[in-house]
Design a binder for this molecule. Structure first.
Ligand code: FAS
Ligand code: PHB
Length: 396
């Protein structure tokens, strides 16, 4: 039995767990990470691609942004399209210079893992956390299996950064939270292709055939998505059909979609989920373990990092001032941004996805919203400031 003593036991080496461990270490607080997958797996898992201003600022302050600065693509606006009419929402003018950076989540993970390991940080890969015990005491424990051997982490705090399918949320007593869940009647078919992006900036498009998103990973890799039915499957989508449909849905006068070899395809269901309590005793949750947002707002990864910022504030207050006050306010503080992200993600999802037929009341509401964005600086500003991420101070 591996018996490990540390101050903070972290389950999960995603954006939340790794950012937390590095941030704590920069403040002299010891932690250990358990990750059930291999390093190779987590560093190659294709997921998010869009970093808010806050997230980039945090990574820069932690000294883990060298490759992000070198390879990340700063965007100062986004295109919104509705039935072939396209408008641009400029960030500089509407948010005082805040922006987004396009940088794949797997690149973020590579940077964070490299920094953690090179600084002597302890991480156990292919180590499955099985149980969290004594979290109602000041000495919680994590029981885990690593290399077919049982292990235990003996610590002051356990942080469940273990995503939607992890044990963290499942360990919280059911009576300690209310669960909110919303499943959308559609999914996203996502592709990665060896072709230069057809647009300098992202394009979110509503079309009668369904939603489409044009994103990118670099100047020669495009990332694109199509709305498909929940019961659809990749077998129904040849490369030719994907490109044909993307060209129809994203099309606008004087613009042409470039195509190329598709090297990755996946279908992801759209859902919003969250619970309204992120703490029980010395057990805390951060990131997808506590909430899932539809990716239409590009919020998932960024919300995970924002949770970590609030958790670090609390853990520093504990270890520097011997006070649980900030930690005991963590749920209330984090929920303000989580609900904001749920609302914005739902707004973008409802606006750009085909749900009812043209001529329906629902469709007319979508069209009216889009027309209003095109003529109202105030309305466009609400989209811009949510998209680049609201500064932490606005919630204080
Ligand atoms: P993560 O899920 O990233 O990390 C949790 C980690 O915990 C995993 O590595 C897991 O292996 C580990 N773990 C789980 N249980 C464990 C156990 N018992 N023991 C040890 N380790 C355990 N967000 C966007 O903003 N834009 C997108 O386009 C987007 N696309 C997505 C596509 C997919 C298919 C998925 C699943 C998510 C997508 N997301 C997107 C959301 C995603 O980026 C998450 O918000 C982000 O990864 C959240 O980070 P974490 O909270 O760290 O959780
Ligand atoms: C991506 O590039 O993967 C991406 C960008 C913006 C989103 C969702 C996904 O809203």
């Amino acid at each position: 039995m591996k018996n490990i003593k540390t101050q903070v036991g972290i389950i999960g080496a995603g954006p939340a767990g790794l950012t937390l461990a590095i941030w704590l270490k920069k403040n002299g607080i010891d932690s250990v990470i358990l990750e059930r997958k291999s390093r190779e797996y987590i560093e190659n898992r294709t997921r998010a691609g869009l970093l808010e201003q806050n997230t980039v600022d945090i990574f820069k302050s932690l000294g883990v942004a060298d490759r992000l600065i070198e390879k990340g693509l700063e965007h100062h606006g986004v295109f919104l399209s509705f039935n072939g009419k396209r408008v641009r929402v400029p960030f500089d003018e509407l948010t005082g210079g805040r922006k987004i950076t396009v940088y794949g989540q797997q690149e973020v993970i590579k940077d964070l893992v490299a920094d953690w390991i090179s600084s002597g940080g302890k991480i156990y890969f292919e180590a499955q956390a099985e149980r969290i015990e004594d979290f109602e005491t000041n000495n919680p424990k994590i029981k885990f299996i690593h290399e077919e051997e049982e292990g235990m982490i003996d610590c002051d705090f356990v942080i469940g950064c273990d995503g939607f399918h992890g044990i963290g949320r499942k360990t919280l007593p059911k009576e300690s939270y209310t669960e909110y869940s919303h499943c959308y009647p559609f999914s996203w078919l996502g592709i990665l292709a060896h072709v230069a992006p057809s647009s300098e900036e992202l394009i979110y498009a509503y079309h009668e055939n369904g939603f489409a998103l044009s994103s990118l990973r670099s100047e020669n890799i495009s990332r694109l998505y199509l709305q498909v039915d929940n019961n659809d499957s990749l077998e129904n989508w040849s490369d030719e059909r994907i490109w044909e449909e993307l060209a129809i849905r994203l099309g606008t006068e004087g613009w042409e979609l470039k195509t190329g070899p598709i090297f990755e395809k996946s279908i992801t269901p759209m859902r919003g989920f969250m619970i309204d309590n992120l703490q029980f005793g010395r057990l805390f949750l951060a990131g997808d373990s506590a909430h899932i947002v539809p990716p239409t707002g590009g919020k998932g990864l960024n919300l995970a990092v924002a949770d970590v910022k609030h958790l670090v504030d609390g853990l520093l207050d504990f270890y520097k001032n011997n006070s649980m006050e900030t930690l005991n306010g963590y749920t209330e503080t984090a929920l303000k941004r989580i609900w904001r992200a749920q609302d914005f993600s739902n707004f973008m999802t409802a606006l750009f996805h085909k749900q009812e037929e043209h001529g329906s009341f629902q469709y007319s509401m979508q069209a009216a919203k889009f027309d209003y964005i095109a003529i109202s600086k105030a309305y466009a500003t609400t989209i811009a400031e949510n998209y680049v991420g609201l500064p932490f101070e606005v919630f204080e």
